[in-house]
Design a protein around this ligand. Structure first.
Ligand code: DAU
Length: 328
């Protein structure tokens, strides 16, 4: 099978491409405009073709889709805090980009999978969201992801396009850009920098190891029913402050580094996904949080070559803007 993976040089995409090339023998074309989190070196150990371009550019998409049997769109402006500071890129990538990819997939008649997020359902105090829960997004990030999901469904409903949607919970693991909670805490702890916890630290996330989500997306691509959405949730839920304490234990840092900072505006309290539907297709998460976070900390400890250029580049300015203090 030949796959077009759009926006494919981040952590999840790397894992997805590796699994498909290595385990399925697929040909993969990666289309990516290589913004701050998409890095060519993430894919240096995986055979693939690469097209440098944006998903909202019809010419780049037409070039990349040539000969593909399926499109997997990671539609990937991923960071909620950036969507609050600068929503325009989120509208462009998720709305216009998804539209261009859908149109191109429709013209070629190829299967289309949209990678989405549990955040489209909003926050839930108790219980878990199913695929038929209403969409109630809270941030520019999740609202543009929800809009893209609706557009995908409309292409199935109106044009009969063979579409699938995969909604994942919070990913973590190697190669994740250190704007996200776990890699940020790991690198700050390793450097003796403050650990900025938003609000009271009791927001709960449903943690999913990146390799499990990559396999889940592949599983849905292979076995999913056209027109359907599938939740792919992690096996464990955990309040942020416990995640931070676990990172402190694993890095040997001190609790004194914890700093409670101003909460994220509109911060969702808790996410929780029910994943029975994808389990019925035969997918199961394999990595529990305790093991995954240990593997993640070990990876960051051993791979300074990967994060050193990040901590000395654009990220440094982002960090100062976001947290009002410099990194050490
Ligand atoms: O739920 C799936 C989503 O998970 C994905 O769709 C998003 O692409 C991904 O960014 C992630 O969103 P979150 O906002 O949940 O992830 P983040 O790592 O930014 O934050 C996790 C929690 O930690 C959240 O409650 C905010 C909190 N946090 C985050 C950062 C960066 C802090 O307390 N301090 C921080 O410095």
């Amino acid at each position: 099978m030949r796959l077009l993976v759009s926006v494919g040089a981040g952590s999840l995409k790397k894992n997805f491409v590796r699994v498909h090339v290595r385990d399925h023998g697929d040909d993969v074309v990666v289309l990516d405009k290589l913004t701050y989190a998409g890095r060519r070196e993430n894919l240096q150990d995986v055979e693939h073709e690469f097209v440098h371009g944006a998903i909202e550019d019809p010419r780049a998409v037409a070039e990349a889709i040539d000969g593909a049997d399926a499109v997997v769109n990671f539609a990937a402006e991923t960071h909620v805090d950036r969507s609050i500071a600068e929503p325009d890129a989120f509208v462009r990538t998720h709305a216009q980009g998804t539209y261009v990819l859908l149109e191109t997939a429709r013209a070629r008649g190829v299967r289309y999978l949209q990678v989405s997020t549990d955040e489209v359902y909003g926050s839930i105090a108790e219980g878990s969201f199913t695929e038929s829960s209403p969409l109630a997004p809270s941030s520019p990030y999740s609202a543009t992801k929800a809009g893209a999901d609706l557009l995908v469904s409309s292409y199935h409903h109106t044009f009969g396009l063979d579409t699938l949607i995969c909604r994942g919970s919070n990913n973590y693991g190697p190669y994740q850009y250190p704007e996200k909670l776990i890699p940020l805490m790991v690198l700050n702890a390793l450097h003796g920098d403050r650990l900025p916890v938003y609000g009271d630290g009791m927001n709960v996330r449903n943690w999913l190891f990146v390799e499990d989500f990559a396999r889940g997306i592949g599983h849905v691509l292979e076995h999913g029913v056209p027109g359907e959405a599938y939740n792919v949730g992690g096996p464990d839920e955990c309040p942020n402050i416990e995640v931070v304490r676990r990172v402190i234990e694993l890095t040997g840092a001190g609790e004194g580094l914890i700093e409670y900072v101003t909460d994220r505006p509109g911060h969702d309290r808790r996410y929780s996904l029910g994943s029975e539907k994808v389990r019925a297709l035969g997918w199961e998460a394999q990595v529990r949080f305790a093991e995954g976070v240990e593997r993640t900390v070990a990876w960051y400890r051993d791979n300074a070559w990967w994060w050193e250029p990040i901590r000395s580049g654009e990220y440094r300015a982002y960090y100062e803007r976001q947290y009002g203090r410099a990194l050490s």
